[in-house]
Design a protein around this ligand. Sequence first.
Ligand SMILES: C[S@@+](CC[C@H](N)C(=O)[O-])C[C@H]1O[C@@H](n2cnc3c(N)ncnc32)[C@H](O)[C@@H]1O
Length: 715
Amino acid sequence: MAVAVASPSVAPFREPAGPAPPTPRRLTKDELVKTHSTHLQTQDSSPNAPRPVKQPIVLEGYPASTKSIRELEIIPLAELRPETHHRGKGIIVKVASQPFLGAGAVSIVEDEFGNADKLAIYNQADSSILSGVPEGCVVAVKEPFYKNNGADEDFMICVDHPSDVILLRFTDPIIPEALRLGPLLQTADDWKNAADRAFIEKDYPTAVFCYTEALESSDDSTPKAPFYTKRAGVNLLLGRYDAAKADAMASMTGGAQDWKGYYNAGRAAYGLCDYAESNRLLSKALELNPSNEGVQRDHARCQARLREEETGDYDFAAMVASLHVHGHGAGPQQHSVHLDRGSFLCNTRIGESPHHGRGLFAARDIKVGEVVFVEKATVLPNQYDPARASAALYAVMVRQLCENPSLAGPVLGLYGGAYERSGEEGTFVDGVPVVDVFLVEAIRNKNCFSAPRSTVEDTKPSSPEGRQANGLWVHASYLNHSCVGNTMRSFIGDMLISRATRDIKEGEEIFQQYVPVKSLPDVRNKQFRDWWGFECGCMLCTREKRTSEAVLAKRRELVAAVEKLCNKQIPGRELVPDAKIRQVDRLVKQLEEAHEQDVYEGVPRLTLIHPCNWLVGAHRGRKNHGKVVKYALKVLRNFGFKVPDESEMWDPREMYTNSGNGTLMTVHVVAALRRLAESYGALGHKEMAARCIEAAEFGYLMVTGFKNDLRTLDR
Ligand SMILES: C[S@@+](CC[C@H](N)C(=O)[O-])C[C@H]1O[C@@H](n2cnc3c(N)ncnc32)[C@H](O)[C@@H]1O
C-alpha cells in the first residue's frame, strides 16, 4: 500500500551566541595532502560505484547564501572559525588535490596566502563538474560553514547547499593574482575541439564546460550558432532541459536550418513535460522540415501526451505491461518505471481550503469510481529499496532543482512545515539557482508518497512486502488528509492514479488518506501531529471526539485482548478451534457495545474490522457460509458502508453511492465482498453472489486504478 512518510520539521539552525571558539591549530598543506592521499588510495575507483547520499537533518538547517560572491568580503582560510557560518564572507581557493568521492567530493584547497584546508562539497548533480571537482580548478565558496570533522585538528569547509559553491572561469577577474593560471586554451576553436573530444569520451559535464568557454572566447566574427547547437545536444543528454531549450533558442539564425533549433527546443520542452510548448516548437520544426522522420515521430508523440492531458484516456493495462520486458528464458525483467505519458489534471484545481491551508478541489461533478486525476511524478527515483528510498528522492530533487531551475516554482511552492525560508530560493545568483537543501528535505518530508512499482502487483499476496520508492507528485501534494477520504491513490510506475471512492460534487474538496489510519483515534492523531503537525477534523475524528474517555478505555482494553487472541494473520483454510472462535465472537459483541450508536451512525468502527475479518476467515475455514456472510457484512459496515442485516435484500452495487460521506475504502472491502460472493454462491443465492462480485470488481478498480481480474488477489 502507498504510504506518505514524514517527520517533524524545525526552524533553521541559529548561530550560537557568545564569543567565537578559539582558532584551531591548522594542519599544513603537506600534512593535509599526505592524509588525503592515503584516503584516495582506499577509494573505490570504479566509475559507476554508487555514491552514498548525505541526507540533511532539518534540525541542523541553515539557509543557503543568497548573495553574489562579488558582494561578499573575501577572507583568507586562516580566518575561518570552527562551527561558524561566515555570513557576509566568502573564500576563493584553488583545488590542490584530486577529490575523494564519497557522499561528497572532498579536496585539499589553498588560498592566495598559502593557507590550505579541506573542502567538502555535497549535493552536486552528477552533470556538474563540481560533483568531482578536478585538481587545478578555482572555486568560490559563499558564506562558508567551517566545522570540526570529528577528530582534533580535523576541520573542513562543508558546503551543503549546491549554490554556495561557484566554479570560477579561469579568466574571472575575481581570482587573485597568485591563483590565476590564465586561460588553459587560447582560441574558441581550441575549446570547441576540447569539447568535441570530451563529448566523444562521454564526459558530458566537461563538454558543456568547454563549449561554454568556446562561446565566451569567440569574437564577433565567429558564428556562435554551432556552439549553441552542440551545447544544446549535450544538455539534452544530461537532462538539463532548461539549459538545452535556452541553447536551442539561441542557436536560431532565422534560416531554414532553424528546424534543428526548434526540434531541440521542442525535445527539451518535452523533457520538462511542457507538452503544449513542445507541440508549438515541434510544429515549427515540422513546418521547416516536413519530411524529417525524427521530428515527425516526436511531434506525434507529443500529440499523444496532449490527448492524455485533455481526455484522461489511458491504456492502463499496457502501462503495467510496459513495466516489464521479457528476457530470453530468464522470466520478466524490470523495466524503467518512468512512463512516457501525460498528466490528466483538469478535473481538479488548487484552491484555499477552509481548514488546511491550500487543498485540491473538484472542477466538475465526479462520479464514484471515476478518475479524479492522473499525474506523472515530478520526481521518482527508480529506487525501491525502502532503506534508500528517501535519500534517493532527496538527492534527485536537489539534482533536478539545480539542473532544471524552472522546477523551482512548482516544487519550492509546496508546503515545507516550519522550515523558515529566505524567500530567495530558486532565484538566480552568480548564474545558478539558489537551492536550499534543508528546505528541499523539509518539502520532501511533508509531501512525498511511498509508491510500489505497481499497485495491482502489490495487492498480490505473493508480492514482496515493503518494496516502495519515495516520489514527489506536485499536484497530488495539495491533497489534504481525511481518515474517510473521497479518493484513493494507486500507482503504475511513476504515474499516480486518483479515483473517486464516492460521488464528488463540483467545488467539493478532495481528500485522501495520507497513511492507512490507526484504529484508535488518539493513536492516529498523535501520528498526524508528530508527522504533519495537524489534528484531523474529518467526519470520523470529529464524531469520535464525542466518545467518552471511559468508553475509549474499555475499547483499548478489548483491542488489546483481540490482538492477544488473533495474531495479525487472518485464518486461511485451517481449522480454528471452536472455543477460540467463541472467544473472539464475544469480544466482537463487547466491542460493538463499546461504540455508541449515535456517535458511530454512518462512520467506520475501525477497531472492529480486524476481529470481524478474522472471524470471516475462521468460519470460511469451517465452510460455515452463513457465518461468513454475517461477518463479511459486519466488515463492510465497519468500514462505514450501509449494509442491511443478512436477512434483508440489498444491492451491494449501491453501497458505494448510498452510504454517505463516512466510508473508508480499502482492498479489505474488496476482499470482504469476494468472501460474501463465495458464501452466497455456496448457499445458492446466485444473484446476490453475482452482485457482490460486480461490487468487488468496481472496488478493485478504485484500489488498483483500473479494471483488473479479482483473481490477482489470490496469486
Ligand atoms: C502535503 S501538504 C497538503 C497541502 C497543504 N495544505 C498546503 O497548503 O500546501 C500537508 C500539510 O497540509 C496540512 N493538512 C493536511 N491535511 C490536513 C487536515 N486534515 N487537517 C489540517 N491540516 C491538514 C498539514 O499542515 C500538513 O502538514
